[in-house]
Write a protein that binds this ligand. Structure first.
Ligand code: SAM
Length: 214
């Protein structure tokens, strides 16, 4: 399934409150400084067109959300949705999530990390590019507060099984904790665009969450 072209965004839209280039940030990243308040903080890795970021910021105004997306046009598109919605609790960063977590995020700064439908890198010789690798997952564990959750969903069963095995064998998380599919009441009532696509095509989605224990 190919990806549909992005709708045009308004070039006049002011993204300054919702968009940053990773290369312009000096570590460590301070959510308190950026959002101007102390609040629970959630990080989304690989946001695509930003459906999760826009619904989560709207539904949880008391929490702050930072999305990191490696494709500039998607990062800007997701930031434009945030800017249009007027919410002040969402920021999109254009850059590599591995670098962002490793070099910019302090230990125990996040209440949740979300990885939805990461690129599967189908070819065997490309598998090492998968984001759900041990070093990245160690960073996810490090940045989470005790009691924080990693949410991981995919449509690729083999990737799901491999990542769950790695998490169970090598990382000190508790899980996997199963996540039930929730009914959708309208056309955009899905966790992400990829979930929407899979469900509209009656394809399976594999969902899990992991808890960081003390
Ligand atoms: C298959 S798409 C899923 C998008 C979205 N999570 C969803 O479920 O609709 C994977 C996304 O991850 C982004 N991505 C891949 N590697 C990344 C990395 N190292 N850092 C940040 N984003 C990344 C891709 O550009 C792409 O937008």
């Amino acid at each position: 399934m190919g990806r549909r072209a992005l709708r045009k965004t308004d070039p006049e839209l002011d993204l300054s409150g919702h968009f940053r280039e990773l290369k312009d940030l000096t570590p460590p990243f301070s959510a308190t400084e950026f959002f101007g308040r102390e609040a629970a903080i959630e990080i989304e890795i690989g946001c695509g067109k930003g459906l999760f970021m826009s619904t989560a910021t709207r539904d949880h105004a008391d929490r702050d959300f930072v999305g990191i997306e490696i494709a500039g046009k998607y990062a800007r598109f997701a930031a434009a949705r945030l800017a249009k919605s007027g919410c002040e609790n969402g920021l999109m960063i254009h850059g590599n999530a591995e670098e962002f977590l490793r070099e910019h995020l302090a230990a125990e700064m996040a209440d949740a990390a979300h990885v939805y439908f990461p690129d599967p890198w189908w070819k065997k010789r490309h598998r090492k590019r998968r984001i759900m690798n041990e070093s990245f997952l160690r960073d996810v564990h490090r940045i989470l507060k005790p009691g924080g959750y990693l949410h991981f969903w995919t449509d690729v069963q083999e990737y799901f099984d491999e990542a769950l095995e790695l998490l169970k064998q090598r990382l000190p998380f508790e899980g996997p904790i199963a996540v039930a599919e929730s009914p959708s009441s309208h056309d955009l009532d899905y966790r992400t665009h990829f979930e929407r696509r899979m469900r509209l095509h009656d394809l399976p989605v594999y969902r899990s969450q992991f808890l960081k224990v003390d």
